[in-house]
Design a protein around this ligand. Structure first.
Ligand code: F3S
Length: 385
């Protein structure tokens, strides 16, 4: 009885999303956010424990976002936080979730295909799934993604309708984009101007659009804008068939510098404070860890710690490929299971240097840390010895 009552509640959550007729579509994959104890606290933990005890189970493949601890480093965070994060994950596992603990499920843990209907939360993963892979997911909230995982369907609205995928503003960036940070700054600048509208983006003078750049562009777009899709010319499946919007905004480096000033402050030169470099927002892929190793081969050591966040699946691959030792020797620490909103970082109250615009935004606004934005190459030039 309790199960059917709960299902009714979740159906209500989904139907509240409907703007017109009540219609649903089947999904084959879900990804849940809102699982960090630092965000959802005791109320969220109790809610998830109640749900798992009620007997509700996920009907589709379901992965979960990172939490706030690394389960292999129990002493980095307060015991209570560590234990409560574990309980949250256990409740979700009982309901059938894969213990992926990553914001890049599309890399290894929850691979989806073009045209697949899915219900994902986590804006950076939603934007990647829609804009790079060509899957279809709205930017689900924590509760609607949970409802979809339980019911196996989502509301037929937004991106699941042809009209919901149409680009609405044309952006053209004129100039060079030199590194991952430039792409992140551009994504944030576009999000500020587009707000809820879906952009069509043309990049001029860009030759090498690899994964790192696209991840940074989309993650920071998802931080300042709210559309679930960016049409990237030459990249997004079907881009050549969509009608380009009439309204056009041209951006140049000036816009990137404005964003940098908003989220970045330099450490005073006379400061004795030791900063920490944070990277892996969104979580690193194996290729990104390999690239990091290659760059660090040119230095003996870093004079400040670099903290790299990745998924447990990618971490295991990096371990298998024997990439980790060289990184540890150079002052790099790898973390898995956790977001950059990591309990150990909050506890340390450090001055953070990061190459991720999204990380800078949240570390400043949620953890109240001071942040400076630098590309990984800039960081190594300054702190490599
Ligand atoms: Fe991932 Fe956390 Fe960044 S969920 S995208 S590491 S803010």
């Amino acid at each position: 009885m309790k199960t059917s009552l709960n299902e009714k509640v979740f159906k209500k959550i989904l139907s509240s999303l409907q703007t017109g007729k009540k219609e649903y579509i089947r999904i084959s994959s879900a990804h849940l956010s809102g699982i960090s104890y630092l965000n959802i606290g005791d109320a969220g933990l109790e809610f998830l424990e109640d749900l798992s005890k009620s007997g509700l189970r996920f009907r589709v493949k379901t992965t979960i976002n990172p939490g706030c601890v690394d389960f292999d480093s129990p002493t980095e965070c307060e015991t209570e936080v560590f234990e409560k994060q574990k309980k949250i994950v256990n409740s979700l596992k009982t309901m059938g979730a894969i213990e992926s603990l990553t914001c890049t499920p599309y890399l290894l843990d929850n691979i989806v295909k073009k045209g697949q209907r899915i219900a994902w939360a986590e804006s950076s993963a939603v934007l990647y799934a829609n804009s790079i892979i060509g899957a279809h997911t709205n930017k689900e909230g924590s509760l609607t993604a949970l409802a979809s995982a339980i019911l196996g369907y989502t509301a037929r609205s937004g991106i699941h309708l042809r009209k919901g995928r149409r680009p609405e503003i044309f952006f053209e960036y004129q100039g060079e984009l030199n590194d991952e940070l430039d792409y992140g700054l551009l994504g944030y600048a576009i999000g500020l101007k587009a707000e809820a509208k879906t952009p069509y983006l043309r990049l001029t003078n860009t030759h090498d659009l690899h994964l790192t750049y696209l991840k940074q562009l989309l993650a920071s777009f998802g931080t300042s804008g709210s559309a679930p899709l960016v049409w990237i010319e030459g990249v997004t499946p079907g881009f050549s068939k969509v009608r380009k919007p009439g309204r056009k905004i041209v951006l140049d480096r000036h816009e990137l510098e404005k964003v940098r000033k908003m989220l970045s402050e330099e450490l005073p030169s006379n400061s004795s404070e030791k900063p920490v470099f944070v990277t892996g927002c969104p979580h690193y892929s194996l290729e990104e860890i390999e690239n990091l190793s290659r760059i660090l081969n040119n230095v003996k050591k870093l004079s400040v710690e670099a903290w790299v966040f990745t998924s447990r699946s990618v971490y295991s691959e990096a371990l298998r490929k024997r990439l980790l030792r060289g990184l540890y020797e150079r002052n790099v620490k790898l973390f898995k299971d956790s977001c950059v909103m990591y309990c150990g970082l909050k506890r340390r109250n450090a001055y953070v240097i990061t190459n991720s615009v999204k990380a800078a935004y949240y570390l400043r606004n949620s953890f109240r840390l001071r942040t400076a934005l630098k590309s990984f190459a800039e960081f190594v030039n300054t702190y490599g010895v």
